[in-house]
Design a protein around this ligand. Structure first.
Ligand SMILES: [Zn+2]
Ligand SMILES: [Zn+2]
Length: 189
């Protein structure tokens, strides 16, 4: 198993709900961690699998950071989705997007419980959102562990030789979870 990490990717971006964030933008730090498992790799002769390389990871982050979003949650989710589309051998992926010195528009009323505290501007160092997905699962047919992204980004959606009718039968029998490569080969025509 290998761990591939890109830390401290810095961007000037325009995410956020406040006008100053959308016009002036702010500083962001992005971190991505990917675990790849060769033993569990969903490798078949039919599919060309792309190894996880960090220049591509950086490019993916750059593309998503360039799309202004109101919420960091959306940015994180979009990076993970693009990672899944690009790389088919990830055991897990963790993405963190950190906004440095976020503007805080807190209300300080005279009668509120906060009257004894004075905010110093710029004192919030960072706000960040992190999400992690793990893709190791057990084949519903043979119980062997394998990798499944469980959505339209999964490698198995590109298996060319399983007839659509057979795919429907498999779906009825095993649910929407994929089967492992060995089991799918049994059904491939
Ligand atoms: Zn199986
Ligand atoms: Zn799958």
């Amino acid at each position: 198993m290998a761990l591939i990490v890109l830390e401290g990717m810095r961007f000037h971006a325009f995410h956020g709900v406040h006008p100053e964030e959308q016009v002036l933008g702010g500083e962001y730090i992005v971190q991505v961690e990917v675990q790849t498992g060769i033993a569990l790799a969903a490798k078949t002769d039919d599919i060309e699998l792309t190894p996880v390389n960090y220049e591509t990871v950086y490019q993916i982050c750059m593309i998503e950071m360039a799309q202004p979003k109101k919420l960091l949650e959306t940015v994180v989710t979009n990076i993970i989705y693009r990672m899944k589309r690009q790389f088919s051998q990830m055991k897990s992926v963790k993405v963190q997007v950190k906004k440095l010195h976020p503007p805080i528009h807190a209300k300080m009323g005279p009668h509120s419980a906060t009257q004894n505290i004075k905010p110093v501007s710029g004192t919030v160092a960072a706000a960040w959102v992190q999400d992690e997905s793990s893709f190791v699962t057990n084949c519903p047919r043979c119980k062997a562990p394998f990798l499944c992204y469980a959505d339209d980004t999964c490698w198995c959606k590109e298996i060319p030789n399983v007839h659509p009718a057979t795919q429907e039968t498999l779906k009825r029998q095993f649910g929407s979870t994929c089967l492992c490569t060995n089991c799918l080969k049994l059904y491939a025509g």
